[in-house]
Design a protein around this ligand. Sequence first.
Ligand code: KIV
Length: 280
Amino acid sequence: MDQKKITIPDLIKMKQAGTPIAMLTAYDYPMALILDSAGVDCILVGDSVGNVVLGYESTVPVTMDEMVHHTKAARKGVNHALLVADMPFMSFNISREQTITNAGRLVKEAGADAVKMEGAGEGVITMIRAVVGAGIPVMGHIGLTPQTATMLGGLKVQGKTGQAAQQIMRQALELEQAGCFGIVFECIPDVLAEHISRALKIPSIGIGAGAGCDGQVLVTHDMVGITERFVPKFVKRYAQAAQIMREAAEHYVADVRGKTFPDSAHSFTMKPEDLKGLEP
Ligand code: KIV
C-alpha cells in the first residue's frame, strides 16, 4: 500500500484521472489508525462526532473544544490520509477574526490539514475567503447541511426542483471561486451531483449524492454498524460491529460469572515459597 502523504494537488489529480476518492470519518486515534492503514484518502473529523460518539441529538451543540480534542486524537493515527476537521456550528458565523482563530486552532493546535465549513450563503462565502486567505485549506459542504437543517425543512434531500438544483449549482461554483479545494454534496439527486461535478475543477465528495461524484464519504460508525439506530438510505453497512462487540461482552460477562476468566493463561504466578509469611 502506498503510504505517501495525500496532498490537495493529489486529490485534484485523482479527479482529473477519474480515480474515485475514498473518505470516511474518524474521531479518535484507533479508528484513524485503522482507516489510514486501509488506504482511505481523506479522513474527516466530522461534527457528526456529536451524534455518533457524544450522544447528542444533532451536530448543533458540538463545540470548538470538542472538535479540537477529537481532531488531536485522530491526528495521532493518520500518516497517509489528508485530515480534514469540521468547523462546528457558530464557529465561523460571528466575525472574520473569530473564524480565522477557530480554523487556526484546528490546524495549529489539533493538527488538521484542512477544515470543512457548511453552507454557501453570502456570509459563509466571506468567511471561507478569509480562512483561505489566511492560508488554511477549506472544503465546502452543500445540499443538506445538518447544522442548519431546521432552515432546510429537516434532514431532507435537497435540490429536487429545477430552481433548487440551479441554486446548488450556483453555490458549488461560488465555493470553487472562493478557493475551496473540494466540496461535500450531501443528499442531492445523483444526476444533479454528476452534472455539477463535471462543471467543477475541484473534486466533489458525495454522501447520498450518487455515483457521479469524484469521491464518496460515509460516517464510519454507520458504515461499520457501530450505530444501530435508524440509518439513512444512502448508508451501506459493511459490518455489524455493534453485534460483534455485544457478543464479545456477553461472553466476557458469562466467563466472569462462571469463573472461567481469568484462567491460568491470563494470570501471573509466583513461587509458593515466596508466599510464606503471608498466610494468616
Ligand atoms: O460531520 C460529518 O460527518 C459530515 C459528513 C456527513 C460529510 O459532515
